[in-house]
Design a protein. Sequence first.
Length: 443
Amino acid sequence: MQVARLPRDPGPAAWNRLLPEPEPPVPLEGKQTADWLVIGAGFAGLAAAHRLSKLSPGDRIMVLDAVRVGDGPAGRNSGFMIDLPHDLTSDDYGGALQTDLAQTEDNRRGIAHAAEMATEFGLSEEAFTMSGKINGAATAKGDARNKAFAGHLSAMGEPSEMFDAAQMRKITGTQYYQSGLFTPGSAMIQPAMFVRGVAVGLRSNRLTIHENSPVTALERQGDWVATTPKGQVTAPRVILAVNGHLNSFGYLPGRLMHVFTYASMTRVLTAKESACLGGQAVWGLTPADPMGTTVRRISGTGGDRIIIRNRFTFDPTMEVDATRIDDVARDHDTAFAARFPMLPHVTMEHRWGGRLCLSRNGVQVIGELDEGLYSACCQNGLGTAKGTLAGGLAAELAIGQSSPALKRALGAADPSRLPPVPIAKLGAALHLRWNEWRAGREL
Ligand SMILES: Cc1cc2nc3c(=O)[nH]c(=O)nc-3n(C[C@H](O)[C@H](O)[C@H](O)COP(=O)(O)OP(=O)(O)OC[C@H]3O[C@@H](n4cnc5c(N)ncnc54)[C@H](O)[C@@H]3O)c2cc1C
């Protein structure tokens, strides 16, 4: 099967640009064999490779990615590894009680796996920390959403704490937020630092990762044969960890929604600007309204900066052009100016976008697609936790292990069919713009 499309990531992976240059890549060359091939080195691929290396020590495990580790979506996100339900299509992230209890258990399994890797590979607190997270509310409606979500969490038996406007100001330095809902179980990551740290650790466990090695064809000739521009790998078992690009490999056509979201990162704040802002040096807020703006303030490698993320666009081709970044930049600048009027001269240094993959019914694609070919895809916008979960479960399935989480994943429905592309595109565009407009000052 020829791979229909290769990934194209718009703008720089800013988190990765903050880090020292990595060792030069070693693209795949010549004909090679492996016991296991993992395609994709994001959260899912790295977790799958890690789990395989534990469950089948001594096996030859190879990972291929089209780009450098940390340059793909795994290094482009806001770094909230969330344990609780996080349904982006809902009003307040919550859903049906039983589904949310199961999701939380699954997300925590993904986070525990990430924590295990962070400990094993000696990652810093900047790369991975169990800090909990806050849903920030800028409006009375947002505050009501926070309260509704807190009620839902209470019904789930989950702890949470409401912060008032004064507490929010103490944390963030800005008067923008009326309230915040703190929940303790999420991790925060510097996403590029995390995935690169895991990749370095895996390599030291004698696992091979070839970057800049896009798979252009994948065929079964007895074993599976993956072709890249300069090489070929033959392996009996393959794990596809390419998120929405599962479609590009010919699977689940018409059932995966390809959505982009976007972020901007400021230049380094001066000491005077940081003092003028006040608040804590490191914090992060997801919006009380899922269509709102995520904000992070960071301090560490690459200096003190603020990162703004908002807007979703539905792009079935999995590609966007440069004008899109200019378009969303206006919304980022508006969101920044509204929250940080005390920093009028702070400009954005990096702007970028990245792909999410969602299914209409919120299910992941974890399972065996064909003999010896496994999927760890469709993370529904929460790939840090769900991708790590999917990678671990796909590896366990391929090895023949079982667990309640794997049984649940295998018992899940297929992703629902989408309407024909023109209708889906129009419907999604209207739906997203309407909900973004409704988000008001939460955007
Ligand atoms: C701005 C932004 C903010 C976000 N914020 C958050 C957040 O706070 N929390 C959260 O959980 N999620 C967030 N996300 C989503 C998150 O980044 C994704 O869900 C996650 O990266 C998916 O993980 P994955 O490993 O499944 O896929 P990916 O990270 O997309 O990794 C798949 C890899 O497969 C590779 N690949 C694809 N096709 C091929 C091929 N043919 N050959 C070789 N390699 C191939 C790609 O290059 C890619 O590196 C955000 C995303 C963006 C863009």
